[in-house]
Design a protein around this ligand. Sequence first.
Ligand code: M6R
Length: 624
Amino acid sequence: MCGIVGYTGQDKAAEILVSGLKRLEYRGYDSAGVALEDRGPDGDAVLDVIRRVGKVAGLESELAARHLPATCGIGHTRWATHGRPTQSNAHPHTSCDGRIAIAHNGIIENFAELREELASRGHVFKSETDTEVFAHLIEEAYEGSAAAGIPATHDLMAAVREACTHVVGAYGLAAVCVDEPGVIAVARKDSPIIIGRGERGSYVASDVIALIDATRDVVVLEDGQFARLAPEGITYTDDQGEQIEPAVTHIDWDVDMAEKGGYPDFMMKEIAEQPRVVRDTLVGRLAGTGELDIDELGLTFEELNLVDRVYVIACGTSYHAGLIAKNLIEGWARIPCEVEAASEFRYRNPIITPSTLVVAVSQSGETADTLAAIRDVRIKGAKVFGITNVVGSPVARESDGVIYTKANKEIAVASTKSFIGQVVSLTLLAMLLGQVKGKLPRGQTRMLFRELGDTAAQIQRILDTRAEAVGQAAAACKDAPSALFVGRGMGAAVSHEGALKLKEVSYLHAEAYAAGEMKHGPIALIDPGFPVIAVATRSAVYDKVVSNLKECEARGAKIIAVATEGDEDIKQIADHVIYIPEVRDAFSAITATVPLQLLAREVALLRGCDVDQPRNLAKSVTVE
Ligand code: M6R
């Protein structure tokens, strides 16, 4: 939630900040703003704070018109938590005297009491945000406050460090002060901060994507670490102010990955990348002996053999990947597997023993509920295995072992390629558990692995051949007030993802139901023309799905079926059929999801929606 950037160096900061903010817009786009160092009419140092409601483009036009010369500044793109998306709530926020400005990503849990204390000492608040208390705390530490018993530091970095001691919560913070030209002070706790040094200056951002044009060697700041950026270099300190030398991480992915590469939107680009994601996620995973190789597991085969219960915890699309994994883990390894929304799991008292394996799935690796659940179960003694797309993310760092999905940077807020990467990774994990438990012989593993790899070409075939069928299906449901997604087994799990994708990008209300549940209530919704989107691929429950669809058809539903190539019978009940290649049921979720992603995008475009940045959402959900 929210993205921050900062630059100090030889070039004009405004352009650099805007270009970074555009790349961070996936983190929130309710408002955007910058604070830039400048000179006032009498030549005194001042901060220009420019903020606009809405996307970064609005801020960009404003800055382009003003030609500001600053070579140091900070910027922010917001996903509103405390306070509406208004200009006064937009970041950067400033101290009472306007001499300090800050950009913040995170949540300050004790902001109400801090605000009261600060107000009682004369601080005047200009916004409804939790963040603003940080600006006033830094001001007190900088200038000193007799009332608070705080001596003046007259040092921005020291003032930020002092302010952090009063704050409970999460923060990625960048601060500037007119009295220290060219300096940006940075702090981190539970919110990502990446720092890099380019040839022409020093950079900070919430995500490497905002500074990859300048450098590929970055520091991923750890909790409790601080950085002081200046044009000539960067110094890092711990929470006592002692200098430290953090590790440098080299980024090996390409800047092109952050661009659309000729596609009309990121969502389409990322859907199109899915065959590559399948192939990359499988590279090097099968040893010549027929054994799976997941060496980053962090657990020995002996430890895995002791596992007698698996919980998959995740949110949103990642949770749906978990629903698919449940079928595979129970099917191949015969271990009971429960899938739970992390936001629920963390607040109950699940049965955790040393032989419980918790699998935490998170594209961003920073989802607040998933992280909180990981921390909780580790205290209770469970082993935690993370599946994430972001190297070095909190989920990766706080798990015993990790599989990195090879989706690479996902920009569109709606998850597509990362979901496929998660499902393939979870499939590998299920196969490994099956092997370790002695339920899946090597020969069968080899065969499954080969077929899993074949899904790359099968997805490609769907992408190459099904645009027209998807377009017709989309036209058929674009004006409906609501839609139902149904399926059984794997199809039920896929339906949940299809419904989420449709509602989040097209704002068309959609729900998913196990097809057999329709007659227990939801079928009452169906009247003539009501869209029912069915995952009706060939499987052991195919006939059952068809009979459920007949019940819908009899009540006038408009049926859109995702079906297996060669299934002509389905045309008797379906108004529209999107065919997909025949695959083993275990892998049908991988292929059947693709037409539903395409359908959601197409419906959204027909309804005039922004598929990359749907309203009210953000890519990383770092608040609970
Ligand atoms: O980064 P995570 O996978 O932990 O995010 C969880 C959800 O917020 C996420 O999957 C969300 O539902 C998707 N962006 C929807 O497409």
